[in-house]
Design a protein around this ligand. Sequence first.
Ligand code: ZN
Ligand code: ZN
Length: 361
Amino acid sequence: MHEIVVNLHMHTRYSDGTGTHKDIAQAAIKTGLDAVIVTDHNVLVQGVEGYYRVDRSPSTPLRAGRVLLLVGQEVHDQDRDPQKNHLLVFNANRDVSMLADDPQTLINGINDAGGLSFLAHPNDPASPAFKETDISWEAWDVHGYTGIELWNGLSELKTVLHTKLHGAFYAFLPHFIAHHPMLETLQRWDDLLISGERVVAIGGSDAHALHMHMGPLQRVIFPYDLHFRTVNTHVLVTEPLTGDVPTDKKMIYEALAAGRCFVGYDLPASTRGFTFKGKGLEQSVVMGEEISARRGVTLQAHLPQPAEIRLIKDGQTINIWRDSQACAYSATEPGVYRVEAWKSYLGFKRGWIFSNPIYVR
Ligand SMILES: [Zn+2]
Ligand SMILES: [Zn+2]
C-alpha cells in the first residue's frame, strides 16, 4: 500500500468560493498534496480534471511539483427551507443535482452511476454573528451511502465564531481553530458502526478562500493553502500514482470506497506514515478491511511521532497508550476497532489522527 495525501471538499467561483481550479492546484502543489477533490455546489464542472504542474524556476524553487485535481460535487436541495442534507458526490461522472429533492433517491442514483457519496458536515451549527444557519444532515433514515465527513474545517470554525471579534481573531490566528471532529459526529459514526453499517470516515476542508471585510480590515480568510495544511484525508492506494489520470483516479476512489484511509490533522505535525493493521493467523488487513476473530487478531498502530493513542472498540475506549509511537493489542472478540491519536498543540490536546475501522468478525 502507498499513502497519498488528499484534500477534498472545496469550492471555486463555480459556486461560492473565490478561487479558480488553477489557484487550487497551485496551492495544493505548494503544500505538497498528492490530490485534491473539488466539489462545487450543485454543478459538476467539466474539462478541468487532470494533473497540474509547476516547474522548478528561480521564482518557484519550493513550489515545483504536480497534483492530481479531481472534480466531484456537493449536492443539496436548493428549494428546501431551512437548508440541510449536503451530500458530497465523487466519481458519478454525471451531474446528479436534479435528484437532490430526496436524499435517498439521490444516493440510489449515485450508486447506480458507480459513484461514492459522503454525508457532508453532519453536525454543522448556526453562527448567528455571521448570519450562518445550521446546515446539519437531518435525513438519518437514508442507507447505501459510502460514509460521512467526520471532520469538516468550516463547521468547526462556526463553533468558535461567537462574535465578530472572534471572527477577526481567528482570521488572523487560524492555527488556533481546529481541535477535533465534533463529538456528536464521532458518536453518530460509532452508533452507525455498532449497528452493523460500514461507514467510511473522511476529513474535508470545505475551503472557500472567502473574502472578509470588517471596517478597514480586508483579507482572504482561510485561504486554500491553509486548509491544505490542516485536515486531510490520507488514502492508501495499491500502487504509487502513475501520472495517468484514469488509472490514478480509479485507485483513489477504490480506496475511499473501501475505507482504506484516515483523517489526519497535519498542522501540528504531519500524519504521513501512520498505519493501523490487523494480523491473524492466516490473514493481514489494513483499515477498512475485515478479518476473522477466530484464534485472535493482533491490532497494531504506528505513528510518525509520539502522541496519545486510543483504541476504540464499538464506540468505547478500551486502551490508552500515552506518549507512544506504537501500540499492539490482542483482540479476541469480534467488534469494530478504530484508533485515534491526540497531540498537544498551542495549549490544547487536539485530535491528530482518526483511522477508519478494522472490522473483526
Ligand atoms: Zn455544505
Ligand atoms: Zn461545502
